[in-house]
Write a protein that binds this ligand. Sequence first.
Ligand code: ZN
Length: 542
Amino acid sequence: MKRICCLFFLIFISAVVTAQPVKRPKLVVGIVVDQMRWDYLYRYYDRYEATGGFKRMLNEGFSCENTFINYIPSYTAIGHTTVFTGSVPALHGIAGNNWIDQATGKNVYCTDDSTVQGVGSNSSAGKMSPRNLLATTITDELRLATNFQSKVIGVSLKDRASILPAGHNPTGAFWFDDANGDFITSTWYMKELPKWVKDFNDKDEPTKLLSSPWTTLYPINTYKQSTADDVKWEGKFKGETTTAFPHNLAELYKTDKDVIRTSPYGNTLTLNFAKAAIEGNNLGGGTATDFLTINCASTDYVGHKYGPNSIEIEDVYLRLDKELGAFYKYLDQKLGKGNYLVFLTADHGAAHAINFMKEYKMPAEFLELKKITTSLNDALKAQFGAEKIVLSNTNYQINFNKKVIRDQKLDYDAIKKASLKFLKDVPELQFVIDVENIGAEPVPEVVKQMTINGYNNKRSGTIQLIPYPAWFEGGYGGTGTTHGTWNPHDTHIPLVWMGWGIKPGKSNREVYMTDIAPPVAALLRIQMPNAAIGKPITEVTQ
Ligand code: ZN
């Protein structure tokens, strides 16, 4: 009798336990800091505030110290897509910020969509959607899992960094329009801007944020991690005679709205807009888990202009740290500490500026891709008798002009063979890979795998160029820096988790950008995105 009672008791207890609803956080906040190299967590660590965002995440959260991008090219649109799909360009289809459609030879911008109109804008900046994204995102999966009760909002100054993380069917995705200085969206999502967006735009925050010059947050002589302020490898704003502080942008903003992007105030504006999104949509206040994706893009614009060794980039990170700290405090008050889950990562890193490297006797050089393409076309013309057989050199990939080859009945295999032979003799290129025959190429395994993952057979060029480690396309008038290669400066990214379900700690195990969406799915008890190849990082969960 006693045993039977025990059994009934156990059945009763298990019924009570199983009656508990699935535990989920109120809100997930996925933050992508554009162009944030992993080492920035520590380069400025001593200067981050105890109450700031980065130190708090490292101390209270879990840091995956060896997180790598596992494809090339390492560009913004792909980075954001990979973080939120757990997949790679070969599968999710976002093969660059731009790519060449291999069937038509057309240059495609990742989020361009001629079938939609801007909402809040008449400029071409509004004709955007996630149409080219072939896989679901973790945000899509959350919407699917809760029968669309979860609210999902994407926020960024950049269209691609708002649209791609938010997925195909979010509550909204909003980005900044340089034509009118407003946050806008497109008819893919809605017919009219919500009231909270209109109210935000009416405040004209950009003008207020830029009303006084950008000076350093702390006395300039305390910026010991950076080189001198006026150096030849940094860029200038229009009208500036020096690259040094202060940067007075108020006048310039009246005609060039995009200047706010290349200042710390672009991040301030983004985080203020993110807060408005939380308030305007009551994110985290419903019965289902909501998801907010935020891209802080000014780190990227400032990085491109000044490079990783500038006082400007140090200042942008010190300010962002402070602002993220305040943002988390706001979330604590709004939703309760521990009730929301945050992860912070980057879409790619950046190389040191080439002239900076040369100044300090490090190997680096400008790579002139256009010149290489022109001489390749000249060589192919001499051999095959046709003009412009190579269409472009996009994403460090050679795109052949399939139409010319078809129309003039040229031998594609012979052209490819001749191109490989020509390119392998170009001194600035370390490897030239025939991606369709990659198994036969004597390339280190890591680079080979990254090439395969990054190669989308409908959207990528068939010959992949691998330059020397710090050789890259100069652009930016020979100043500043860029990214896009396989090298650790471009592909070693931060990944820090904090809040709901996260165990504090640190791991040195090597994980990949594709391993971010799967643990989010595991924590939320929802399906992984449908092209995810990553594995859950089990150490981060409680
Ligand atoms: Zn980026």
